[in-house]
Design a protein around this ligand. Structure first.
Ligand code: 1CP
Length: 367
């Protein structure tokens, strides 16, 4: 425990050193992996979705002049960017720097990650003939992923590396719409209009995502997260009928590798139990549902991850501190709790605030 009472800690504008996560012997014994398994921990582990990225000046410096997909195919750069938030914030885990569309690029989909927009697909997939042009992913298509993960695992020592992939629904949305969409109209129209094509598309995407997760775990990642960022757009009935089995297939691809699996989506408060049942040990919760309600909805069967509203990172320290303390306290009722944001770090975030949140989570959760 820190000797400084929280009420007298300086505001986030005051520079603070990172408080490294208390050391563990190995990634498998880390607080992150233990919490994910519902085992006892020395403190609540914390990391942030999108912790590597535009909020960090050192990220902007190394990315200068390199396109996003090119950066993802360059192991040196991937390793450096992945390590930056670990060094700076003292978070309990690294998340592999990549993107959910990297495996689609690897199998030959013509796409680009456009700055300020996101993934844009040249020829959207809307017909059987389009799907026939989407091959399966084999590990030899992503040698740069294996190399970057191996290098990172060697550098990280006892700090776990989280591998990730996009879930079939969220990937399908980019492929069918041709780019980011708020409404997912073409995606839902295909889902209900041609269930057989939809199912075959999602089965192919589950293979691609599952293989991408497997490559990362076989190279040394200690946990995985399946991002179904946009599946909160669906009702429970549609999720159960059209999506759950495919996400389950992606998660099943690493079931034999003894790593905890985190399953996350935005606005998925109504789907939490179905997402757990898809084959996760940890269910990610966004900020719209409290950790207490999430634990109740999950019936105590899963660890939970979340769920600070990213917008609070721009609020004065007092309410931000109050929210962090409340989330840590609520997490004590879960079988295991991993502190995170309810979604990714906004690019305009002051990184000093993130460092202070990490220190606070460690301080107030120390057992
Ligand atoms: O040029 C740039 O810097 C582009 C910005 C950027 C970055 C830094 C994109 C484009 N992707 C990433 C990295 C990234 N993407 C990570 C890095 C690791 C970390 O968390 O630190 C991760 C985990 C992702 C995963 C990802 N990509 C998701 C799931 C997570 C989420 O935010 O919900 C999604 C939906 C994407 C698609 C995507 N890629 C990039 C953008 C801007 C988007 C979202 C576009 C949209 O709104 O639909």
């Amino acid at each position: 425990m820190s000797t400084t009472p929280a009420t007298t800690t300086p505001g986030p504008s005051v520079a603070s050193a990172p408080s490294p996560a208390p050391a563990s012997a190995s990634p498998a014994e880390s607080a992150l992996v233990r919490a994910a398994r519902g085992q006892s921990v020395s403190h609540t582990p914390v990391w942030f979705m999108r912790q590597a990225g535009r909020s960090l000046p050192e990220y902007r410096a190394v990315r200068e002049g390199t396109a996003m997909l090119e950066a993802c195919r360059t192991p040196d750069l991937v390793a450096e960017i992945t390590l930056q938030p670990v060094r700076r914030h003292g978070v309990d885990a690294a998340i592999f720097f990549s993107d959910i569309v990297v495996p689609l690029d690897a199998v030959g989909v013509d796409l680009d990650i456009v700055p300020g927009v996101g993934p844009v697909v040249a020829q959207p997939i809307r017909t059987r003939a389009d799907l026939d042009r989407l091959p399966a992913l084999t590990p030899d298509a992503v040698p740069y992923i294996t190399e970057a993960v191996r290098r990172l695992v060697a550098e990280l020592g006892p700090t776990p590396l989280i591998g990730f992939a996009g879930a079939p629904f969220t990937l399908a949305s980019y492929l069918v719409e041709g780019g980011p969409s708020r409404t997912h109209e073409k995606t839902k129209a295909l889902m209900v209009g041609d269930p057989s094509l939809w199912s075959d598309l999602c089965a192919r995407l589950a293979q691609i995502s599952g293989a991408f997760l497997r490559v990362q775990v076989e190279a040394g990642a200690s946990a995985v997260q399946l991002f179904d960022s946009w599946v909160g757009a669906l009702s429970r009935a549609d999720y159960a009928a059209y999506v759950q089995q495919h996400s389950a297939a992606a998660l099943a691809a690493v079931a034999d590798l003894d790593v905890p699996r985190i399953h996350f989506g935005v606005g998925t408060g109504e789907l939490l139990d179905l997402m757990g049942a898809a084959g996760a040990e940890v269910v990610g919760v966004d900020y719209r549902v409290s950790v207490t309600d999430a634990v109740r909805r999950l019936g105590g069967s899963y660890a939970v991850q979340g769920n600070l509203d990213p917008a609070l990172l721009f609020a004065p320290w007092a309410p931000l501190e109050g929210a962090v303390r409340r989330i840590v306290a609520e997490g004590r009722a879960a079988p295991g709790h991993i502190f995170n944001l309810g979604h990714g770090v906004p690019p305009a975030t002051d990184p000093e605030v993130l460092t202070r949140v990490v220190a606070l989570v460690h301080e107030v959760s120390a057992r």
